[in-house]
Design a protein around this ligand. Structure first.
Ligand code: 4AZ
Length: 253
């Protein structure tokens, strides 16, 4: 997250951290964010898995505030299977969505606690007003040019852009499809002293969450952008509402 605030997992208990085993060596590296949608399933982005790692090489951690430091109440899982959307387009990032099924030696999936909880999916007809304020979270870079991911979970505050302001014209001529939505920090200051909140590399797969009917609801999955936190350039998110059937059909117990 560029700008934004350091936060605690207790404020974003649906946030997942996905790790992958290093090739030809010990240890694991941080891969992407994810979001817990029910006790056994995490949503993430398809572009997080370009090398199609074996399920056995993936780990999902819930309940962790510091990216690399085990939380006292964290829950660690293996991945039983993961399902990349069959129409994911590596060129445009259309259909940038993946489901991961959690498994553990105990046979249990995630258990609700102060640090672990599910996010609500939207109802099929949900249409939030343009400029609704929402939040994103992640362990990604704090600057486009930083070589490092954040040591600690951060959150950012952004507003939903109207579709008319979410076109390739607004995003360096990159393809924007109807499966994408834009959100950005609309504050203006007349100069560059405005600290624009935005997602950045490593936040991908994590949540864009908006309040609806007093429930925090998953509206987007962090997907791509042009730079991080540039004034008037929104981040691009997978439009979760377009995938409710895909999620239900692929999430078999
Ligand atoms: C990335 O590289 C990425 N500013 C994700 C989101 C944004 C930029 C980059 C949005 O995963």
């Amino acid at each position: 997250i560029k700008n934004g605030f350091l936060t605690d997992i207790t404020s974003h208990p649906w946030q997942a951290a996905i790790f992958v085993k290093n090739q030809n060596s010990e240890g694991e590296r941080f891969l992407c964010g994810g979001v817990l949608i029910n006790s056994c399933w995490v949503l993430s982005a398809a572009h997080c898995f370009p090398d199609r790692p074996s399920n056995k090489d993936l780990k999902v951690v819930l309940g962790r505030t510091y990216r690399l430091i085990p939380g006292e109440e964290e829950q660690r899982f293996s991945v039983k299977e993961y399902i990349i959307h069959k129409e994911f387009d590596v060129e445009t990032f259309d259909n940038d969505i993946t489901l991961l099924q959690l498994s553990s030696e105990s046979g249990h999936c995630a258990q609700n606690s102060n640090t672990v909880g599910t996010i609500c999916l939207p109802e099929a007809n949900l249409q939030l007003p343009d400029w609704t304020e929402c939040e994103l979270s992640g362990y990604g870079k704090q600057d486009q040019y930083s070589p490092y991911f954040s040591d600690r979970l951060k959150e950012g505050h952004v507003r939903l852009y109207p579709a008319s302001r979410c076109t390739s014209q607004h995003l360096s001529n990159k393809t924007v499809t109807n499966n994408m939505l834009c959100a950005g920090d609309t504050r203006t200051g007349g100069n560059n002293e405005v600290y624009v909140h935005d997602a950045c590399q490593g936040d991908s797969g994590g949540p864009l969450v908006c309040m609806n009917d007093n429930r925090m609801t998953l509206i987007g999955i962090i997907s791509w952008g042009v730079g991080c936190g540039e004034k008037d350039v929104p981040g691009v998110y997978t439009k979760v509402i377009n995938y409710l059937n895909w999620i239900q059909d692929n999430m078999q117990p």
